[in-house]
Design a protein around this ligand. Sequence first.
Ligand code: FES
Length: 177
Amino acid sequence: MTDADNASTAKAGGHPSGDVRFRILEATMKRHRYQGDALIEVLHTAQEAFGYLEPDLLLYIAHSLSVPPSRVFGVATFYHFFALKPQGEHTCVVCMGTACYVNGAAEILEAVEEAAGTKAGQTSDDGKLSVMTARCLGACGVAPAVVFDGSVAGKQDADTTIDTLKGLLTYEPAGVT
Ligand code: FES
């Protein structure tokens, strides 16, 4: 797929991956009519939805807003509040948006933090797991939602989340029995 195809796919309101988090991103970009001067707000939205800004995501934003990738990378690296990659080997993003929150996201986050022995926004001491939160992943219909290494899982609870983490990690996180 060419850059132009990617851009037009973005502007058509979809992403080839089918990742629901792109809907949130699309809604923000559309609200700003895909104007390049909305870059910082779009990057904020992307980070809230994805937890961090990986290179492919930055390129997607650059194409969608018709902004040179160099500028997008420049802005993303200039501001300390943007994270370009998770520090941990694995990532767990717990959605704390309204739909997820009222369906038990706080208990899920608490269980994940306890299992990892760290707080949201940080990485476990052994560097295995970064725990992050998002405001809405665009998967409210299957709330509460959690993203494990980039894959969105719906209808989660503390037990299913910890089970998935156990499978994800090659060890038993501290605190998980
Ligand atoms: S509030 Fe969690 S997916 Fe929307």
